[in-house]
Design a protein around this ligand. Sequence first.
Ligand code: NDP
Length: 251
Amino acid sequence: MNMAKQPQQAVVTGGGSGIGLAIAQRLASEGHAVTVLGRDIDKLRQAVSDIQGGKMEVCDVTDKASVKIAFGQIGPVSILVNNAGIVSTAPFHKTAPETWQQTMDVNVMGAVHCMQEALPAMKEANRGRIVNIASTAALKGYAYVSAYVASKHAVLGLTRSLALELAKTGITVNAVCPGYTRTGIMEQSIKTVAGKTGRSAGEAEAEFARANPQGRLIEPDEVAAAVSWLVSDEAASITGQAIAVAGGEVM
Ligand code: NDP
């Protein structure tokens, strides 16, 4: 088995934009057959035109039935990247139950649904790579994003448990934990912080960049490079790990 060289069937959730799109492009450029999953058909169409041989499935990962249909269309998958995610910013006492529910539904249950659909074929083939895009928010706390931080800690716990359950198979399960990365989700956070603090967008961005000892935002391609390694044959012994891509923010 050589997962690095043989083209694999890959699914990237939330692959229509940001980090997911960079991952989809990277895996496709390495010869994998990549399907991107998301809710917004226009965004997916645009993404597919930028992904070599890319395919798309419109699917809300919170909807188990819809995930089942999507994976049925795609067929057996040997690389699954759970990247779809949402964030909302508010002090804990103003974070509504609906926000908690929605954040857990997308960030945690979305990954659960996709893994449950992808795993039977991986187990049958005795090979597979699952990479969960968590966050440095899986490894430390941040103020004003309690629901997000709790959801990402949950993703990492899930990653570690599943890695152990599957350790005797050819399937690995890992998390990649980016620091603040230059994408749409980040632009939204910069706008929210600027709106709530009266600072300029530039000042808000600089504040985020200061969290990274390298003094900059992470680029989506840097996250994609970590995923590319984790799905390769060479990473067969790496499982249950949380790989921070964060310029030294956590160590
Ligand atoms: P984007 O907003 O660009 O990407 C999020 C993607 O998730 C979108 O393509 C969106 O597609 C998809 N998505 C959201 N909800 C659903 C849903 N219910 N079903 C299917 N797809 C969904 O942000 P990023 O690229 O920044 O984020 C990607 C991942 O990286 C997230 O998990 C995020 O938490 C994580 N991350 C981001 C960091 C950052 O600073 N940017 C830092 C650390 C981690 P659509 O709207 O079409 O559904």
